[in-house]
Design a binder for this molecule. Structure first.
Ligand SMILES: Nc1ncnc2c1ncn2[C@@H]1O[C@H](COP(=O)(O)OP(=O)(O)O)[C@@H](O)[C@H]1O
Ligand SMILES: [Mg+2]
Length: 261
């Protein structure tokens, strides 16, 4: 479904992706891991066509995605219908006067009629358990609620692939737990999930494969999430955990401590 070959990307001379290659199949659930600045968000932006590689190729469903093709309205529309991006900060994504218009925006862009738009918006409100929010302005909502609205907006187009940048960031524990369950259900329903994180918490619940970046913007591991979490030396080496890090294991539960206590 997604094929990335030898991709390099720099921001005005500053390298952010260093010869990145990966292949992602439909229905997978992937975690992009790595310390701050390792290139996770940059790769997610590239997957969503916000930026294009300086060298190397990015193909989606067997077709190369290029800057030129993305400038074509028809290609761009179809592409954005298949892959949806939930930004790290929902405020970057929300700009309408109320939640209804926000969720309706994508379907309207796709040319859906208002009756279908209404059904789609209601389905999304139900799915995210935010019924009754239709007429509230997004900026009056809590962080967790805005996050749900941002996810609803992306799901309103019913994409095959859902890309989430640091989805657990800034959420309280109960909302995090809800999101984990929600993402697991989406994956079970056949959606391909790609999330980035610099946090090890819940990572094995929302992904079965982990791709690890290091501080030189290269991939240093691509393996089962469970296996990667066992490789403490590697996690230390890439600066994802420190020397105090350890895991407790017991009846299938893991607790992470990133600081001494
Ligand atoms: N808009 C930008 N302009 C210039 N440099 C950027 C920009 N965004 C990210 N970078 C740089 O690119 C590198 C990768 O960043 P990013 O992809 O955001 O990493 P991560 O998401 O893993 O924290 C970092 O060195 C960062 O400073
Ligand atoms: Mg990031």
């Amino acid at each position: 479904m997604i094929d990335i070959k030898n991709v390099t990307y720099s921001y005005s001379g500053m390298n952010a992706l260093n010869n990145i290659s990966m292949h992602i199949e439909k229905g997978e659930s992937i975690a992009l891991m790595g310390p701050n600045g390792s290139g996770k968000s940059t790769l997610l932006k590239l997957m969503n066509g916000i930026i294009s590689p300086d060298s190397g190729t990015y193909s989606f469903n067997g077709e190369e995605v290029t800057r030129k093709k993305l400038q074509n309205a028809n290609f761009s529309k179809l592409f954005h219908q298949k892959i949806g991006f939930v930004f790290q900060n929902p405020d970057t994504q929300l700009f309408c006067a109320d939640v209804y218009d926000e969720i309706a925006f994508g379907p309207r862009q796709m040319g859906m009629n208002e009756t279908d738009v209404k059904n789609r918006v209601n389905d999304c409100l139900d799915l995210l358990s935010i019924q009754g929010f239709e007429h509230r302005p997004p900026y009056h909502l809590s962080g967790g609620e805005r996050h749900k609205v941002a996810i609803a907006c992306v799901l309103a187009l019913n994409p095959d692939v859902l890309v989430l940048d640091e989805p657990m960031n800034g959420l309280d524990p109960r909302t995090q737990r809800w999101l984990v369950q929600f993402l697991m259900n989406l994956n079970k329903a056949g959606k391909t999930l790609i999330s980035s994180t610099h946090n090890l918490e819940m990572i094995q619940e929302i992904s079965n494969r982990a791709i690890l970046f290091d501080e030189s913007h290269s991939i240093v591991a691509d393996t089962e999430t469970e296996k990667l979490l066992e490789d403490i030396e590697l996690l230390k080496k890439v600066n994802l955990v420190d020397e105090y890090y350890h895991r407790h294991e017991g009846d299938g539960h893991h607790h992470f401590h990133e600081h001494p206590f």
